[in-house]
Design a protein around this ligand. Structure first.
Ligand SMILES: Cc1ncc(COP(=O)(O)O)c(C=O)c1O
Length: 397
C-alpha cells in the first residue's frame, strides 16, 4: 500500500460498531463491565480507550512497527522512554538534541542515578568511542533541531545491535512520511505529534512505536503507571490530522526546499541549513535514509540585531515556539527551543543569536519568499558577513 493510501486506510477507518466514517471520540473514563469478574477489552481509559487504540494502531502501521503508544505530549513520550532506564545504566545522546530532552536528561537522570554522555552525532566513530560496559541506549535526532545535523541511522543502529544496545530516535522532523527508522534497525521511534503529525497547532501529543515485545510491554505499563496517555478527544484530532499528513508534508516541503534554495546565495544570509542543499554536511547520508529534506530550514543572520529586525518586519509566518502547523512558524532557537540548554553549551552547539528557524506552512511559496526577502531588506549585510561575536547576548525567556 502506498503512503497516500496508508494515511487513510493504515489504521481503523470506520467504527466497527456503527460504521461511522470517523472513529468516534469515546469520551469516557470508564466502561460498564458486563460481568464484574471477567476481563474485557476496555475497562478504564487510562488503561485503554478505543479512540486511542485506533491512533496507536495507525502510527504503528505508518512507522512499520508492531506496537504504538500515544502520550499527552512529545515530552511525555520521551520521558516514558528515558525514565525507564535504571540507576547505573548509561545512555549516549546526540549533542544537537531538542532543548526539552536536554533538560530532562540533565535534571532527572542524576536524580535516578542514570549516567549519560553526548557525542558529535555526525561522526559514527564517536558513538563507538562513547560505549561503556553499562551503555544501554543510543539516542538520535536526525535531522537535528535547529541545525539539521545528520546522523547515519543505519550505521548507529547496527553498531548498537553489535553491542546489545537499544537505539532510540526522535523522528519528529521527518515524520513517517519521509523517514522510517524501524526499517533502518532502530528499536524505538518517538514523535512529538504536536508538530507535523497533527499539523494544525491545536494539540499537544506524543507517539512512540516499537516492534520489540519487551519494550512494548514496558511502554504500555509506563503509560498506565505515569498516567501520561493522550486523552480521547486529542487522539481523535491527531487521527484526523494524519489523514492529510502526506499532502500537507509534500506542500510544506516543496516550500522549504524552494526557500532554502533561493536564500542560499542571498547576500543578507550568512548560512542556510537544509538537508538537501548540496553543501549541507551529511546531505548524502540524509538522501540515503530519507525521501525529502522536510519542512524546516534554519538561516543565520549573524547577529541578534539582524534577527530582531527580521522578526519585526516579517508578516506571513507567525512567530512562535513550535513547528509543523499548516501556517508557517518562525522561531528563535536561542531563546525558545534551546532556552533551557546552558548558554555556554548553546553557543558550542552553534545555537547562536543570529539563527532563525522556519517551519514552512502550506501557504503559497512565492508569498512566503517575498515576505522573507522584504524582511531581509532591513538586515545589515555588513554584520552578516562579519564574525557575529557574543557581545550582545540576550537573556532566554
Ligand atoms: C524534535 C522535538 N522533539 C520533541 C519535542 C517535544 O514535544 P512536545 O512539545 O509535544 O512535548 C519537540 C518540541 O518542540 C521537538 O521539537
Amino acid at each position: 500500500m502506498k503512503l497516500d493510501t496508508k494515511v487513510i486506510h493504515g489504521g481503523p477507518l470506520t467504527d466497527q460498531h456503527t460504521g461511522s466514517s470517523s472513529i468516534p471520540i469515546y469520551q469516557s473514563s470508564t466502561f460498564h463491565q458486563k460481568n464484574f469478574a471477567e476481563a474485557q477489552e476496555f475497562t478504564y481509559t487510562r488503561f485503554g480507550n478505543p479512540t486511542r487504540q485506533a491512533l496507536e494502531e495507525t502510527i504503528a502501521c505508518l512507522e512499520f512497527a508492531e506496537h504504538g503508544y500515544a502520550f499527552s505530549s512529545g515530552m511525555a513520550a520521551i520521558s516514558a522512554v528515558l525514565l525507564n532506564f535504571s540507576a547505573g545504566d548509561h545512555v549516549v545522546f546526540c549533542k544537537d538534541i531538542y532543548g526539552g530532552a536536554h533538560q530532562l536528561v540533565s535534571e532527572m537522570f542524576p536524580k535516578h542515578g542514570i549516567e549519560y554522555s553526548y557525542v558529535d552525532e555526525t561522526d559514527p566513530s564517536a558513538w563507538e568511542t562513547a560505549i561503556q560496559a553499562n551503555t544501554k541506549a543510543f539516542y538520535i535526532e536526525t535531522p537535528s533541531n535547529p541545525l539539521l545535523k545528520i546522523t547515519d541511522i543505519q550505521a548507529v543502529a547496527s553498531l548498537a545491535k553489535e553491542n546489545g544496545i537499544t537505539t532510540i530516535i526522535d523522528n519528529t522532523f521527518m515524520t513517517p512520511v519521509y523517514q522510517n527508522p524501524i526499517k533502518l534497525g532502530v528499536d524505538i521511534v518517538i514523535h512529538s505529534a504536536t508538530k507535523f503529525i497533527n499539523g494544525h497547532s491545536d494539540v499537544t501529543a506524543g507517539l512512540v512505536v516499537t516492534s520489540n515485545e519487551e519494550i512494548a510491554e514496558m511502554l504500555c505499563k509506563t503509560q498506565k503507571m505515569f498516567g501520561s496517555m493522550l486523552d480521547p478527544h486529542n487522539c481523535w484530532l491527531v487521527l484526523r490530522g494524519i489523514k492529510t499528513m502526506k499532502i500537507r508534508m509534500d506542500s510544506k516541503t516543496e516550500n522549504a526546499a524552494f526557500i532554502a534554495n533561493e536564500l542560499q546565495h542571498h547576500n543578507k544570509v550568512r548560512a542556510v541549513y537544509y538537508p538537501t542543499l548540496a553543501n549541507h554536511a551529511g546531505a548524502d547520508i540524509h538522501a540515503k535514509q530519507a525521501t525529502s529534506g522536510g519542512a524546516v530550514l534554519t538561516i543565520d543572520l549573524g547577529t541578534y540585531e539582524n534577527a530582531a529586525v527580521f522578526f519585526e518586519n516579517i508578516t506571513v509566518p507567525i512567530v512562535a515556539v513550535s513547528l509543523g502547523g499548516v501556517e508557517s512558524i518562525l522561531s528563535y532557537p536561542y531563546t525558545m527551543s534551546h532556552a533551557c540548554v546552558p548558554e555556554k553549551e548553546r553557543i558550542e552547539l552553534g545555537v547562536t543569536e543570529g539563527l532563525i528557524r522556519l517551519s514552512c506552512g502550506i501557504e503559497d511559496k512565492q508569498d512566503l519568499l517575498d515576505d522573507i526577502v522584504k524582511a531581509l531588506e532591513y538586515v545589515d549585510a555588513g554584520a552578516v558577513s562579519q564574525d557575529a561575536g557574543q557581545d550582545s547576548m540576550v537573556e532566554p525567556f
